[in-house]
Design a protein around this ligand. Sequence first.
Ligand code: FE2
Length: 466
Amino acid sequence: MSAEETNTAAARTPFPADLIYHSGFGNHFSSEAVSGALPRSQNSPLLCPYGLYAEQISGTSFTSPRKHNQRSWLYRVKPSVTHEPFRPRVPDHLKLVSEFDRSNSSATPTQLRWKPADVPEPPTDFVDGLYTVCGAGSSYLRHGFAIHMYAANVSMDNYAFCSADGDFLIVPQQGRLWITTECGRLQVSPGEIVVIPQGFRFAVDLPDGPSRGYVAEIFGSHFQLPDLGPIGANGLASSRDFLVPEAWFEDVPCPGYTIVQKFGGELFTAKQDFSPFNVVAWHGNYVPYKYDLSKFCPYNTVLVDHGDPSINTVLTAPTDRPGVALLDFVIFPPRWLVAEHTFRPPYYHRNCMSEFMGLIHGGYEAKADGFLPGGASLHSCMTPHGPDTKTYEATIAMENEAEPKRISNTMAFMFESCLMPRVCPWALESPYMDHEYYQCWIGLKSHFTREPLTVNSQEVKSEDGT
Ligand SMILES: [Fe+2]
């Protein structure tokens, strides 16, 4: 099939290069594709402007505290309820998990690493190309997360997807995404991320063909900006750099259009004869959004030691325990390294949190080789990890000669969770599994000596000066 033939109704018109967005994070936005379509004085008038239906989508319970409450009002040509009953999708999707237990996943404390997966040859869209790698907890119990990856090459054809299980944070690594949502359209390129909140219907078109990336799905929480503490009022990800789509709709016949809903990890389909992207106006604070990672304003040590990676948190999904994240999204962007008499790469580490890492482009400072763009690693709760042998030896060989150095051409990221992930069998048995990963540390040798060390002809003193 040609690209033209596979285009969905929502993507019959290519996305304009100059899509306009609203700016801000957590705002109460208002957006109209037709002037006057938004009721001005109430949410649910007897008759909405232009004969539209009013429909609310709730992202938090009605009674959530005001500072956490998220909902939007959509004014649409036909309401979402206008469809035939949901039925299990045929064929089923066997590689999506939203409740992790012994029946569908394994526990392992081993350090795991995957090489980049090839994009499949057969036509594969975003949903069919999605597979769960690992996760913890349960979407039914509204506490947990799943980490998925995708490898796809064609646009979704005449259907929309939505997850009733959780928010999707999508990190494209190869290929742009044209994402049509009920709130409007987003173009997301590698180097940007997009969040589609739980319940929103969306369709993914792949204008560049072969595409690949990562997804963190969170159950029972939403992403927010981290507190900045002593950093102050500015820094890290800035609210104004988050972009929200403007209202956009299509009102064309769509015979056989399908809604594919992920519900408890299973896929269900429902037929309707219209596009779900029929929202003429909307307002609220429960919205999809994207963010360009190059806008991130990193902070780091300027004298000694290696800061904890939490300093690079872009978004955090909290638990009820202060400072304990269901899932943090952390990046390792280009930046200057200036610390004196310091081992500058990440320190050796065992963590009560679990760390899944991916690489969007370039290299990663703690691994001389083997961790590649499109690949991934998992270091679970209390599993040791850190720089490989080559990185350690090359770093200490520099002694104190290290000048300020700019790390360029890199964009690594981490999904970090307080929950212990279980790993899906297809991920453990994947042909892309790097079974030799442990070898990168095996060569670390003892440098211990009972004789005083010298660096630059100067004796390295112990802490008490002896
Ligand atoms: Fe770590």
